[in-house]
Ligand binder design. Structure first.
Ligand code: PMP
Length: 300
């Protein structure tokens, strides 16, 4: 299936456009400076997973960056549902993006910008392709690019400025790996270039605390699953030693769900196979994603 839906379903400042008409200004400060925020939301079997949590995080990012979203939370929620409906998404991805707006170049011209630009993009995804990767696990590279420190930019902000993560990912690709593990300035493990990270050791799960990571919605869901399954799970500072000597390592994110990591640079993780906890948690996550508890139906 083509990732881009053929119907006029892309939301651009209140209008639903077809792909070829979905355009914003070259003067948009999201384009010029990366001055904007976004969310990545998954649709599974026609249900939008944890929509409210994503809208809340989008508005928190906006509040922190002083971007005035020209829609209320409930208008944004309705617009996202409408995009998914018009696109006929069954399994896919929805990306709301809000930039500070369009206007003259120069940060000094911040006061002369239009109201914030709001775009909502739907995309079809091939769920089977992700699953085949999940069965054998992926490889990771420990990036030489450190995560931006929180006193420079709090990692909880999901901003349109992903250069730090992109550089880490490019380095991982050059090393032949699938994902990039990023450390903070003190050498502690943060997250990967686009996911949170967990380790399993002696039947317990550990993940770095919020501080220098995105407060992931899938990460939060893993906490819930662990609580329901009586699996011990806690936040703890982790170093590379914890990753390399773990029984299992996996990353979590909306798009990839839960992806086992079986090799990190020159090290094989345990037996180099997808472990039982990763498998059990991913099945639990899928069940939740397909269920109505957190799923918003895509209706007109
Ligand atoms: N960390 C980073 C840097 C991310 O970009 C993402 C989302 N792709 C995540 C973690 C995972 O967040 P979520 O589970 O909310 O998708």
């Amino acid at each position: 299936m083509d990732p881009i839906p053929a119907k006029p379903c892309i939301y651009v400042n209140g209008e639903f456009c077809a792909y070829e008409n979905a355009k914003i200004s070259v003067f948009d400060h999201g384009f010029v400076y990366g001055d904007g925020i976004f969310e990545g939301i998954q649709v599974v079997d026609g249900l939008i997973f944890k929509l409210e949590a994503h809208v809340d995080r989008l508005f928190r990012s906006a509040q922190f960056l002083k971007i005035e979203v020209p829609l209320s939370k409930s208008e944004m929620t309705k617009a996202i549902i409408s995009v998914a409906h018009r696109a006929g998404l069954k399994d896919g991805y929805i990306r709301p993006v809000v930039s500070r707006g369009a206007g003259p170049l120069g940060m000094r011209n911040m006061s002369k910008l239009s109201p914030a630009t709001v775009v909502i993009i739907p995309q079809n995804e091939d769920a089977k392709a992700k699953d085949s990767l999940r069965k054998k696990g992926i490889t990771a590279h420990i990036s030489s690019i450190r995560r931006i420190p929180t006193d420079a930019l709090d990692s909880r902000v999901k901003s349109c400025n992903y250069i730090n993560n992109i550089l880490a990912y490019l380095e991982a690709l050059e090393c032949g790996a699938d994902t990039a593990i990023m450390l903070d300035a003190t050498g502690h493990v943060c997250e990967t270039h686009g996911s949170n990270i967990f380790v399993v050791r002696d039947g317990a799960l550990y993940t770095p605390p919020v501080g220098n990571i995105l407060d992931g919605i899938t990460r939060q869901t893993v906490f819930e699953l662990c609580a329901a399954k009586n699996m011990p799970c806690s936040e703890r500072d982790l170093t590379l030693y914890d990753l390399i000597t773990a029984d299992e390592v996996f990353e979590t994110a909306t798009m990839i769900e839960l992806m086992p990591i079986t090799r990190i640079d020159g090290y094989q993780i345990a037996a180099g196979k997808v472990g039982p906890m990763s498998q059990a948690l991913h099945s639990g996550l899928r069940e939740l994603m397909k269920g109505e508890r957190y799923g918003t139906p895509i209706a007109a």
